[in-house]
Design a protein around this ligand. Structure first.
Ligand SMILES: *Cc1c(COP(=O)(O)O)cnc(C)c1O
Length: 388
């Protein structure tokens, strides 16, 4: 047997494989290390840490003074469901802008919570049609809120947040944003983009561990939501009021997640906040995009629709390319990629968020080239010329 080149092994600060996924993501060593303690949920040390997290999150969207953080135990979906069912009253109606799996999920949320909704659906590689949207808002006066996904992680597409927010505002409707995979990485300034509520979570671009969702809500809008909720646990108004009264969670918080999220948030601000983090991710995304195309992979999205969060590539049709083999070989070498979730095309995804940098990305590309060689897939480039 000859010497086998393995490319460059990927590893995190703690020696784990790098997660090139949409989250949970690779985190720093310190984000994990700070969890090696016990705290009581009503303990002053923990409550101070939690308070700092809640106070500082609105800074990221220039919302200090206008917006407040309402944390919600659970994954990101808990925060999205809490946002929709607290802000949209039982007799309200929400216009759901759908172009991927996370948008689709909100239809189920509304069905189960019995909120009336109207779906504006476009393909997974297509942003909402602003012209048609304006028409719907004009025609259907029952619509009280508009919901959009900032970066639809299904494809990695960047949706037109500012434009949709302006339309909703112009037509006097509330605007609710699922910014889960974009929050902290992409700019959003609530002084210029009118938004009632932004849902995100601990384990995406702030680079914490999973277990805490949160909603950054315009205080004046949140104050009007009393009694809207149709769930006890997901009632953002009640959660907010309880913090105002006691400084505490109503029900057991994921303490270690929050302490670790606090550490992640301090690292985020030390990196320069959104501009700093966004620049690192853009760098990662650029290296990834150029490198993968040089290897012959074809991206799903044109550059102008691509957010620097996660990239979707068409599944190569080369007879020797077997995705599971490709996936396993990369995993063996320290890189965890992500299967596709598209309905429009057979695809796979590679994330560029989390505690990863340009060197990690270059290591990944070198390793990918090596894996393709081992698979006997040397001429992907020749193959794409014959694609439609
Ligand atoms: C990750 C994500 C969510 C939440 O998913 P969970 O698995 O519940 O954490 C929601 N919306 C978008 C756009 C996401 O990327």
């Amino acid at each position: 047997m000859g010497k086998r080149a393995d490319g460059i092994r990927g590893q995190s600060e703690t020696g784990d494989p790098l997660l090139l996924t949409p989250g949970p993501l690779t985190t720093s060593a310190a984000v994990k290390a700070v969890m090696l303690h016990d705290w009581g949920s009503r303990d002053a040390a923990f409550l101070k840490i939690n308070r700092e997290v809640m106070d500082r999150l609105p800074e990221i969207v220039q919302g200090v003074g206008s917006h407040v953080t309402v944390p919600m135990q659970g994954s990101g979906t808990f925060a999205v469901e809490a946002m929709l069912t607290t802000f949209v009253p039982p007799d309200g109606k929400v216009l759901l802008l759908v172009n991927g799996a996370y948008g689709q999920r909100t239809k189920r949320i509304c069905e189960i919570a019995r909120r009336a909704f109207h779906v504006h659906e476009t393909d997974e590689d297509t942003p909402p049609d602003l012209h048609r949207l304006a028409g719907t808002l004009q025609a259907d006066l029952a619509i009280t809120h508009v919901f959009l996904v900032h970066c639809e992680t299904t494809s990695g597409i960047l949706n037109p947040v500012a434009e949709v927010a302006a339309l909703a505002s112009k037509h006097g409707r509330g605007f609710l944003l699922d910014s889960m995979s974009a929050f902290g990485a992409l700019p959003l300034d609530v002084r210029h983009v009118p938004v009632d509520a932004i849902a995100a979570s601990s384990n995406k671009c702030i680079e914490g561990i999973p277990g805490l969702g949160f909603v950054i809500a315009r205080e004046a809008a949140l104050a009007k939501t009393k009694g809207n909720a149709t769930s006890l646990a997901l009632d953002l108004h009640d959660q907010w009021q309880n913090f105002a009264k006691t400084g505490q969670y109503r029900f057991t918080p994921p303490i270690h997640v929050i302490v670790s999220f606090h550490q992640a948030l301090m690292e985020f601000f030390a990196e320069g906040g959104q501009p700093g983090r966004g620049a690192r991710y853009r760098d990662n995304a650029e290296i990834l995009s150029v490198g993968m195309q040089a290897l012959g992979f074809m991206p799903l999205l044109p550059a102008k629709l691509q957010a620097p969060i996660i990239h979707t590539f068409h599944m190569p049709k080369h007879p020797n390319f077997v995705f599971q083999t490709f996936y396993d070989a990369l995993k063996d070498r320290g890189y965890v990629i992500y299967p596709g979730k598209l309905t429009v095309a057979d695809s796979f995804r590679i994330g560029c968020i989390g505690r990863i940098n340009g060197d990690h990305m270059r290591g990944f590309l070198e390793t990918t080239a090596d894996v393709l060689n081992h698979m006997g897939v040397a001429n992907l480039r020749a193959e794409i010329r014959s694609w439609p």
